[in-house]
Design a binder for this molecule. Structure first.
Ligand SMILES: Nc1ncnc2c1ncn2[C@@H]1O[C@H](COP(=O)(O)OP(=O)(O)O)[C@@H](O)[C@H]1O
Ligand SMILES: [Mg+2]
Length: 532
């Protein structure tokens, strides 16, 4: 048979790891990642124990003596499980649980990466307390055995990790940075009754839910589940919107990822989430800096798309690939909105500080992927003053055109405003501008309409019927017949809006068609110019 190799056993090899593997797993650890691993372990115990008591984690960074210590009252480690604290890959966590620790490397990696000398003391409930010392000699010796010591009682259910002979000098600045980082990373846990102290001062949580709710464009929320073969189901909630807490120097926008409530990565603005030249959301730019998306993943630790440091998302991960297109659409939507409103964020965004999320149904099959999102305001086609500038000569010769030009400017301005009923206002404005244009044409083209035939009284009489006005204008200007005919449809819409019991709402498409039509007629009648 092809493909089967004949084999017979030669010997049994010893697969015990070498100590040097500690270097590989510790090398990309810094103060933040290291401390967070130790915090994560206490949080996991607390979560797995059903959050029955108030968890307290106390971190001390002693800059003067160059010592780090982390203590918690999460429950302690049983004697028979002490080995988990030093065995690479050793873990008690079930990969199906909604926890943080999964790889079984955190505690040892953190301890070893932070300093050369580590003392771990732990006491499971009321039982005997133990200590393990991880010393430089053990790290270099090929031997994996390590003694544990019985020690006098420490607080029940507590674990202390004391690290000295630090690999990197500690500074006051580190303390400040860590304080912010812990507040952001563990915001949810802090709000759920867990306390984290840093140098005896409680950490304050920091969330990123500082949303703006412009009319029609409040933050969008979508929820769906994804299945990872062999790893389980993840629940995914994404909220995307415009923010009110923009700090230009901080670049605090983009995508934020939380896994099982812990912040993993923030302010992501790469190709994988939709940014980049010619990508959906375009290149990251201050104009786009009001767009934020917060992704919350909840489910089995095994299924999470995080890296083993828990400080970045693995964008190649199957879990991420399944949510990618949905996230990109939301990022694109609010990035564009941020740009479109950039002329006036204060009035159009920041002042709307409360409201409700708009729920966006996720597609049934997540990979089908097209979300139905609200239509964005149109790009401002020209600044208002520009319209007057391009028609300078016409306005110079016929100052009475000013009202018409400015009415079209008003249409332009309205277009960029976040008014929920602006299509109604625009319809009335366009239709009246068209009617006024016909009147101005009759009144001012005395060569075509001799003034003695069109006195004030005649005009009032004439204008009681739009049809008659159209007829006499088209008589003189047959070239405009078809355009003028098309206005009837919009005149009907306007009449429905004004006279019928149930007010109709013109669509964006209708408004944009009518606007183009009126522009073309104004060009035909008065040679007024409009930007393409
Ligand atoms: N502070 C702690 N309190 C109680 N148990 C702990 C603590 N730190 C570590 N442990 C135990 O040691 C195990 C190994 O921790 P770690 O190396 O961080 O791997 P992981 O968190 O991936 O399980 C944990 O699964 C847990 O059982
Ligand atoms: Mg861990």
């Amino acid at each position: 048979m092809s493909g089967v190799i004949r084999k017979s056993q030669a010997e049994t090899l010893d697969g015990t790891p070498e100590k040097r593997m500690f270097w590989s797993i510790a090398n990309d650890y810094g103060l933040k990642t290291g401390i967070c691993e130790l915090v994560d372990n206490a949080l996991d115990q607390w979560i797995l124990g059903g959050r029955k008591f108030d968890l307290s984690i106390s971190i001390n960074l002693d800059v003067q003596r160059q010592l780090i210590s982390v203590q918690d009252n999460a429950g302690g480690v049983k004697q028979e499980e002490l080995r988990l604290l030093i065995t690479p890959g050793g873990s008690r966590n079930n990969p199906q649980d909604e926890v943080i620790g999964i790889f079984g490397v955190g505690s040892k990696r953190a301890a070893i990466a932070l300093g050369e000398q580590v003392e771990i003391r732990t006491r499971y409930r009321e039982e005997q307390a133990f200590q393990i010392d991880i010393l430089p000699e053990w790290i270099v010796s090929p031997d994996w055995e390590i003694p544990s010591y019985k020690i006098p009682d420490i607080k029940t259910g507590s674990t202390y990790v004391d690290i000295s002979r630090l690999r990197n000098p500690l500074t006051e600045n580190d303390v400040d940075t860590l304080r912010l980082h812990l507040g952001e990373t563990y915001d949810w846990f802090l709000s759920e009754g867990c306390e984290i102290l840093l140098n005896d001062e409680a950490i304050a949580g920091r969330s990123f839910n500082d949303w703006a709710y412009p009319p029609g464009f409040s933050p969008n929320r979508t929820f769906f589940e994804i299945e990872l073969p062999g790893a389980g189901r993840l629940k995914v909630t994404i909220v995307a919107g415009l923010i009110r807490d923009r700090v230009p120097e901080l670049d605090n926008y983009g995508v934020y990822f939380y896994c099982n409530h812990r912040l993993i990565e923030k302010e992501v603005r790469n190709r994988a989430v939709g940014y980049g030249v010619s990508s959906e959301a375009g290149v990251p730019h201050p104009d786009a800096s009001l767009c934020r998306a917060i992704v919350n993943l909840y489910g089995p630790a095994r299924a999470m798309p995080w890296n083993s440091n828990k400080n970045a998302i693995n964008f190649e991960h199957l879990a991420y690939r399944q949510m990618r297109l949905i996230l990109i659409q939301l990022v694109t939507q609010f990035t564009r909105l941020s740009r479109r409103l950039k002329e006036n964020w204060n009035d159009q965004v920041f002042r709307y500080d409360s409201g409700e999320f708009q729920e966006i149904p996720a597609p049934q099959i997540v990979s089908a992927q097209r979300l139905i999102l609200p239509e964005l305001p149109r790009k401002p086609r020209t600044s208002a003053a520009k319209l007057k500038r391009i028609n300078e000569i016409q306005l110079d010769q016929k100052s009475w055109l000013l009202g018409i030009v400015e009415a079209m400017e008003a249409v332009e301005i309205l277009d960029s405003k976040p008014l929920e009923t602006k299509n109604r206002i625009t319809l009335i404005l366009l239709d009246s501008t068209f009617e006024i244009a016909l009147k101005e044409f009759i009144v001012h083209r005395t060569d075509l309409f001799p003034p003695n035939g069109f006195r004030d009284k005649d005009l009032i009489d004439l204008f009681s019927s739009r049809e008659r006005v159209i007829r006499i204008v088209v008589e003189k200007r047959p070239d405009l017949q078809s355009q003028v005919d098309q206005t009837r449809h919009f005149y009907n819409l306007r009449n429905k809006l004004i006279h019928e019991r149930a007010s109709m709402v013109p669509t964006d498409k209708e408004i944009s068609n009518y606007r183009m039509l009126v522009e073309r007629i104004l060009t035909g009648l008065f040679d007024l110019q409009f930007p393409k």
